[in-house]
Write a protein that binds this ligand. Structure first.
Ligand SMILES: [Zn+2]
Length: 259
């Protein structure tokens, strides 16, 4: 009898379970069915700029971010500010923000000043500062701390991480500062922008056959001549290439996105 009552009590929960997530396409041309929304407040995390951001993602992404918040909190770091994940059904984000289309990517700000818990509306106007010096060749010594190395290591060692983009100057500083096991540095990749936030990308989950991903990062910690190339580009920028054009959205995503 007691078991029957228990089953009856569980039934409404089962009926309300969200559909299994389905990821279609690639980070810069795709969509997601059954994305979940990250809560605005979670242990160690706060979303910011809610009216300009999208906080939906695959269950694996939400689990990774919640784990990052717990790890950061346990390491004594202040609450992390979270920016864009994906739109409710993925697809192109407003404002021309490239990527973030399949619920497997998230922007986490690198500002580690103390962040008292503010109402969501009061977090709307926050503009976390750059960690990179104006000439782009190094981090800003007034802002960079050992805690930033800790944060990036905690993020790079989350389960399922494909890579994390940061400004080349942040990558180079990590190459100089990271001690002990440096294998996680392989997943920290340089890219323009990303001077005030890191962009976390997860690999396609094993049960998502329609999720497409690129080659994994090359072997090694990336602290080599390939990193010097970025600084050479700062000093001697190549002429801008012709815009590549948007990759074609998978046909199945048109219905998902209501196009
Ligand atoms: Zn991003």
């Amino acid at each position: 009898m007691r078991r029957t009552l228990l089953l009856l009590a569980l039934l409404p929960l089962c009926a309300a379970a969200p559909p299994a997530a389905e990821i279609i396409g690639r980070p810069d041309a795709g969509c997601i069915i059954g994305a979940r929304r990250l809560p605005d407040d979670a242990p160690g995390l706060q979303t910011i700029r809610a009216s300009r951001s999208a906080f939906w993602g695959a269950p694996e992404l939400l689990a990774a971010l919640l784990e990052l918040g717990r790890r950061a909190h346990a390491a004594g770091l202040p609450d992390l500010y979270v920016g864009d994940l994906s739109a409710p059904h993925g697809g192109p984000l407003a404002g021309g923000h490239v990527g973030h289309e399949i619920g497997l990517e998230a922007d986490v700000w690198l500002d580690l000043a103390p962040h008292p818990l503010l109402p969501v509306a009061a977090r709307e106007a926050l503009e976390p500062p750059s960690l990179v010096r104006a000439d782009g060749h190094d981090v800003d010594p007034a802002r960079w701390t050992a805690a930033h190395v800790t944060l990036l290591r905690l993020a790079a060692t989350l389960p399922g991480v494909d890579r994390i983009f940061v400004h080349p100057a942040i990558k180079r500083r990590l190459c100089l500062d990271a001690t002990g096991d440096r294998s996680w540095l392989r997943l920290i990749r340089p890219w323009w922008g990303h001077s005030s936030h890191m962009h976390i990308r997860l690999r396609c989950p094993a049960d998502q056959p329609r999720c497409a991903e690129g080659a994994p990062p090359p072997p090694g910690d990336g602290c080599d001549a390939t990193l010097d190339w970025w600084f050479d580009q700062i000093d001697h920028p190549a002429p801008p290439a012709a815009p590549a054009g948007r990759p074609v959205l998978p046909a199945a995503c048109r219905a998902v996105l209501g196009e």
